[in-house]
Ligand binder design. Structure first.
Ligand SMILES: Cc1ncc(COP(=O)(O)O)c(C=O)c1O
Length: 414
């Protein structure tokens, strides 16, 4: 037996144990790498530890003014606070909160802001889980939900009224990557006192910051680009302190991010800018190349639907991301053959991770929608959504082009 281990928190500490605060002049990529630069009181570790605990010792001298305390991990946990603060800063927000999934974040926004009788206006082609949530609230709690066609959503000043409590938009959208004008929506919502919440899951904060365009709240599924490795579920809401205080009350819904997932998220955020830069580059190159392939009827990529959308994307986005959707000439059977011929790209739903994925939206993300709902959204069986990871662009192009070449309509004319 050895002697008892010395106390970890050695009195007096070591020289240089406390990291210096991050200089204010650093850019977003540097902030991401150094983001969680808080002192670790126990061992001085460079990487902040996982406080895998549900509860904390209650301080004997319990006075808020004496020291900040942690009580219970559903409300606050030091490991979760790190990525919350980093995402708050990246989004240029006053506050940010992490939840157990993107839907945890979306439902916290909706349930904390909307009352029976209120109107919510929402894009018809929001993420399916969000549409289901809104329809359920409408059926059971008397919330009036107006689902907007793309044409309605282009003129927000004519759809938002004094009775509209919340406007919920997504940009870019899924799976057609349509781009909506956040600043124009913000101006329309300002006039009526409506809260504008933007789901920016397809555009992580290194590509788009919705709050800077005037949105009141921005939501992301952290399961996608922010987590980036297809190994965690999470969601974040960022915005003003006032709105986040209201959303905090939704913590009673019981869906905080757990400390281990928060640790994974902190680890992932260090490389967000690098990963997304590669995904932006591959997205643009693959969209250009596949638009010329004879088996492809159309490529959907942010800004490419019309010159108007290109102008909006140029204004409010940096990179356009690694997700694109193809419409294949041979319809559903061509999609099956294409997916079956891929050697490198995984056939799976989700997006934003380091490994490339392909899926048919009518059989995955949008499978629960009726034929009428699909047709309003312009979604049919010819679509394949591609999420490009960080593999070499040439390898991705080779795998995708070989699979397209195998389609009967894809063969180059003799
Ligand atoms: C745009 C968008 N918002 C929200 C969500 C929900 O996120 P999660 O799956 O993390 O609950 C998704 C999921 O795909 C999404 O695509």
């Amino acid at each position: 037996m050895t002697d008892a281990a010395p106390p970890i928190d050695r009195p007096g500490g070591r020289a240089g144990r406390t990291p210096r605060p991050l200089p204010t002049w650093v850019g977003p990529s540097t902030r991401l790498v150094h983001g969680d630069r808080r002192p670790d009181a126990n061992a001085g570790s460079v990487v902040y530890p996982i406080y895998q605990t549900s509860t904390f010792h209650f301080p004997e001298e319990h006075s808020e003014s004496v020291r900040r305390t942690y009580l219970y991990s559903r409300n606050e946990n030091p490991t979760v606070e790190g990525p919350e603060q980093l995402l708050r800063d990246l989004e240029g927000a006053e506050a940010a909160r992490l939840f157990a999934s993107g839907m945890g974040a979306v439902s916290a926004v909706v349930l904390s802001l909307v009352r029976p009788g209120d109107e919510v206006v929402a894009l018809a082609d929001l993420y399916g889980g969000t549409t289901d949530l809104l329809r359920d609230l409408s059926a059971r709690f008397g919330v009036r939900v107006r689902e907007l066609t793309d044409a309605d959503a282009r003129a927000p000043e004519s759809v938002v009224s004094a009775g509209t409590r919340l406007a919920l938009i997504e940009t870019p959208t899924n799976p057609l990557l349509r781009v909506h004008d956040i600043a124009r929506w913000a101006a329309a919502c300002d006039r009526t006192g409506t809260v504008l919440a933007v789901d920016g899951t397809f555009a992580p904060p290194v590509n788009q910051t919705a709050l800077a365009q005037g949105a009141d709240l921005v939501v992301h599924s952290a399961t996608k680009y922010l987590g980036g490795h297809s190994d965690l579920m999470g969601g974040v809401v960022a915005g003003s302190r006032r709105l986040l205080d209201r959303i905090d009350s939704a913590r009673a819904l019981g869906a905080p991010l757990d400390p281990f997932a928060a640790f994974l998220l902190s680890r992932s955020l260090r490389t967000l800018a690098l990963r997304v830069a590669r995904q932006n580059e591959s997205g643009r190159m693959v969209a250009d190349a596949l638009a010329r392939h004879p088996a492809v009827a159309r490529v959907f990529y942010p800004g490419r639907s019309s010159p108007e959308e290109e102008a909006i994307a140029a204004r409010q986005m940096g990179g356009r991301g690694g997700v694109l959707t193809l419409s294949l000439r041979g319809g559903g059977p061509a999609v099956d053959r294409f997916l079956g011929a891929l050697e490198l790209v995984h056939v799976a739903s989700s997006f934003g991770g380091v490994e490339s994925l392909a899926c048919a939206p009518t059989r995955t993300s949008h499978r629960h929608l009726s034929p009428a709902d699909l047709s309003i959204r312009g979604i049919d069986a010819s679509l394949v959504r591609l999420s490009l990871g960080i593999e070499e662009t040439a390898d991705l192009l080779r795998d995708l082009t070989t699979a397209l070449d195998a389609l009967p309509v894809g063969r180059a004319p003799e």
